[in-house]
Design a protein around this ligand. Structure first.
Ligand code: ATP
Ligand code: MG
Length: 572
């Protein structure tokens, strides 16, 4: 590709509203343009990168016997009524009417479409197992689209759906896809991506793993055990809380005027928040108020609470609602309440805590859950904190942040049952198949590669997905010897099947190199007068100190060898 013809304007200035490196460089480097909030057009360099990522994904999906299909982006309401998601999914599902007034939607995922496709075609146990996948546009009307391709409203996803007649078969196949995912992320330059135990959210199903790139700019909180190296999304992570046994002392009322928060209480009493029981009240969409007793230094995990409440929506209770159940805001305890009371594990076997007295200006010393709130249901509802103890191995856990680049779910019969997909088994009986699904955000993966591989000047693309393999820069194209060499180099490399971006615009070295850095091509060849006088050109490897001079006649062989050696890193 000749750069003079490339539609991909580069910008010096950082875009005002971009903070992530990927967002900044994708805009500055002429990779994409904003069309509407969270909606982008991709220019040629990004399209080429995306194409290579998709090719790697295809190769790995085909290796686990995936069959590539294509399902529509626009779906009729009826399919989503079958699974009850037309009503249960929130406004991120974009619903609209077609010209005949028919309810339609823009698919944010394709479980229903794929189940409908498969049930029409597959009827016998002999046809199982099978996996269908596609690389397709998804639309999610995200409330907070941000970070460019990281959280877009329209984005490309690889989504795959496998169907099985037994749980064992689904479990085996799930592991195969999990391995394929590790290979995919490794091949696109993200070998550090980790599978993490997670929550299945609106997809349903039980076992699920998210694939995360651990990164300080990630939106998700991850809990990592330093002992057994298990990774959990903090939405589902648990800790164990152990305490030295103490005698249960009698309750004692203490005056604590103007002391409504744990912080105030610590200041007044000098007692650590770990020795306090905090109350949190929620009211559900069914107008039911519930109370949670949790250790003073911990927070309630709302994903766990949501599950406890059977998927009911909830909000913090108002003061009025707190009074209604017999508690006093700021001075609440779980004692004598008229509502359902949950006690987190963190307080269940703790001793002699300070809690509210349900009386303005007073607290109680020596609160013990088992003795004082025996009806409270003991639950696991706390958010894990840095330094908490791993329930698996007893080692300490620490918090990290992650970018979710992929997500796999064992759905079981959630969709096949509600959508009445069946097959005939060996005995001629109708059975419901099991299903698993597997997603990868293609655009988010691309952005994640930049987060992982960039410097102060631009992205440093792994060769496996670089927009081009080689960049040619020439200094002084108005000189015949330079121009002839650069042109011949471009022709020779291109004819040998090497992907070359040739800066043929006769611009200053400063401008050319700044733009080349933004394009991030791994191998740069520089045709310049000084080295040319000795019949040589310079090469540089982007993002490393590797550089040197090669005789013009040897360039093709050098480049071919360099590419095949470098590609070893990204082998399947
Ligand atoms: P998130 O929690 O980040 O909103 P999700 O859990 O809703 O994502 P999934 O339904 O698991 O997403 O979709 C599969 C994959 O699609 C995700 O792992 C992610 O890589 C990608 N993805 C999801 N939403 C977006 C988005 N708005 N923009 C870009 N990629 C996305
Ligand atoms: Mg997910």
């Amino acid at each position: 590709m000749r750069q003079s013809k490339l539609v991909s304007r580069k910008h010096k200035e950082k875009p005002a509203d971009a903070t992530l490196a990927s967002h900044v460089y994708l805009l500055r480097g002429g990779y994409m343009r904003l069309v509407a909030n969270g909606i982008y057009s991709l220019l040629m360099p990004a399209k080429r990168i995306q194409h290579k990522i998709e090719t790697i994904i295809r190769e790995e999906m085909d290796k686990v016997d995936g069959q590539e299909v294509m399902m529509p982006v626009v779906l009729p309401r009826e399919l989503w009524d079958e699974s009850d998601r037309w009503d249960s999914v929130g406004p991120e599902l974009l619903r609209f009417k077609d010209r005949t007034g028919h309810d339609m939607l823009l698919a944010m995922t394709h479980e229903e479409a794929c189940t409908a496709l498969a049930r029409a075609d597959v009827t016998s146990y002999r046809d199982y197992p099978f996996m269908l996948y596609q690389i397709q546009t998804k639309y999610r009307d995200e409330a907070r689209s941000r970070g460019g391709l990281m959280r877009a409203r329209e984005f490309t996803m690889k989504d795959a759906y496998s169907f099985h007649t037994t749980k064992e078969d689904m479990d085996d196949y799930y592991l195969k896809v999990k391995d394929a995912y590790y290979r995919i992320f490794s091949r696109i330059g993200l070998p550090m991506v980790q599978a993490i135990c997670a929550d299945s959210g609106m997809m349903g199903g039980k076992e699920t793993h998210e694939f995360h790139l651990l990164s300080d700019v990630g939106e998700d909180k991850i809990v990592v055990c330093d002992g057994c190296h298990t990774y959990y999304n903090s939405e589902i992570a648990s800790a164990v809380y152990q305490y030295e046994p103490e005698d249960l002392l009698p309750l004692e009322k203490i005056a604590t005027p103007n002391t409504k928060t744990i912080e105030d209480l610590v200041k007044l009493t000098g007692v650590a928040p770990q020795k306090m029981a905090k109350m949190v009240f929620y009211t559900t969409e069914k107008n039911e108020t519930v109370a949670v007793i949790i250790r003073g230094d911990l927070e309630v995990n709302e994903t766990k609470l949501g599950k406890l409440l059977g998927g009911c929506l909830f909000n913090f209770a108002t003061d009025e609602e707190v009074y209604k159940v017999g508690a006093v805001p700021g001075y609440a305890s779980g004692i004598g309440l008229t509502c359902k009371v949950y006690a987190d594990k963190s307080v269940a076997n703790a001793y002699n805590l300070i809690c509210g007295a349900n009386e303005e200006g007073f607290h109680l010393k020596n609160f013990n859950v088992s003795r004082d709130t025996p009806k409270a249901e003991i639950v696991d509802i706390a958010t894990v904190q840095d330094g908490d103890i791993c329930p698996q191995c007893g080692a300490k856990m620490h918090l990290a942040r992650g970018i979710e680049v992929g997500h796999i779910f064992k759905l079981g019969d959630k969709y096949t049952k509600s959508m009445q997909m069946t097959y005939t088994d060996e005995n001629g009986e109708d059975k419901t198949p099991l299903m698993a699904c597997y997603g990868i955000g293609v655009g988010r993966s691309l952005a994640s590669v930049i987060e992982m591989h960039h410097d102060d000047y631009g992205p440093i693309w792994p060769l496996s997905i670089a927009p081009w393999q080689v960049q040619i820069n020439a200094m002084g194209l108005d000189k015949k010897a330079i121009k002839d060499t650069a042109e011949k180099l471009y022709a020779d490399l291109t004819n040998a099947g090497i992907e070359v971006l040739y800066d043929d615009r006769n611009l200053s070295a400063g401008v050319q190199f700044a733009e080349a850095d933004l394009t991030g091509i791994p191998l740069r060849l520089i045709v310049a007068p000084k080295a040319m006088a000795e019949g040589k050109i310079e090469y540089k490897v982007r993002g490393t100190d590797e550089r040197g001079f090669i005789a013009v006649a040897d360039v093709l062989t050098f480049v071919q060898n360099w590419i095949s050696k470098e590609m070893e890193k990204y082998k399947s």
